[in-house]
Design a protein around this ligand. Structure first.
Ligand SMILES: Cc1cc2nc3c(=O)[nH]c(=O)nc-3n(C[C@H](O)[C@H](O)[C@H](O)COP(=O)(O)O)c2cc1C
Length: 184
């Protein structure tokens, strides 16, 4: 079973994390954590807390638990998804600042050359955001913005969410039937 870290930070769009969790939870071992602001957004947007993610195959971590197994490169994590990813967290990871479990785990993913997927949600971007995103890309991260497409004619918010979640699942190498490959 794959080990995947799901980290929720303080950007709008925690619905993406929740949907991804529901689809991954039966199939992989999930390691779930949230920043303080991520937890606030969970409450604000979904009326959820981090402990609502407790389930089979899931380990939930506080973001200040720096001695957690996932803070070490010796723990066999296959991929990490930061969704939604705040520009604050992205900036800290892009600059090697590892003051929280999320930042440290992301740093480990980069140093071990493992898959790190970050899903920013900010608009417009300023120059600092763009430089940090480029730095993360150059360090091996995958920048997957929360930008749903419209060519599939989404009829609901759920379909817009699924567009982005499907792209994350594709990057994780997980089968998905939310969004078939585009055919003209
Ligand atoms: C209601 C609310 C919505 C926010 N939305 C975003 C957002 O969409 N994108 C973003 O980069 N920051 C957003 N922020 C700002 C971040 O939460 C803030 O920079 C925070 O320090 C990030 O902390 P973290 O990276 O530890 O989660 C939002 C803040 C609040 C209170």
């Amino acid at each position: 079973m794959k080990n995947i870290i799901l980290a929720i930070t303080g950007a709008s769009g925690v619905c993406y994390a929740r949907r991804l969790f529901d689809l991954l939870q039966p199939k992989v071992r999930l390691h779930v954590t949230a920043s303080e602001r991520g937890a606030e957004l969970l409450k604000l947007e979904l009326d959820m807390t981090l402990s609502d993610f407790q389930a089979d195959n899931v380990v939930v971590y506080k973001n200040n638990r720096m001695n957690a197994s996932i803070a070490s490169g010796s723990f066999p994590i296959d991929a990490m998804v930061i969704v939604p990813a705040s520009m604050g967290t992205i900036g800290r990871i892009a600059n090697g600042i590892s003051g929280t479990l999320i930042e440290r785990a992301a740093d480990v993913m980069l140093k071990e050359r493992r898959k790190l997927i970050v899903v920013p949600r900010e608009t417009p971007f300023n120059t600092v955001h763009l430089k940090n995103l480029l730095a993360l890309d150059q360090a091996g991260g995958i920048i997957l913005p929360a930008c749903p497409g419209f060519y599939n004619r989404p009829a609901s918010m759920d379909e817009l969410v699924d567009f982005v979640v499907a792209r994350i699942l594709n990057q994780l190498g997980m089968e998905q039937d939310l969004l078939p490959p585009y055919e003209p």
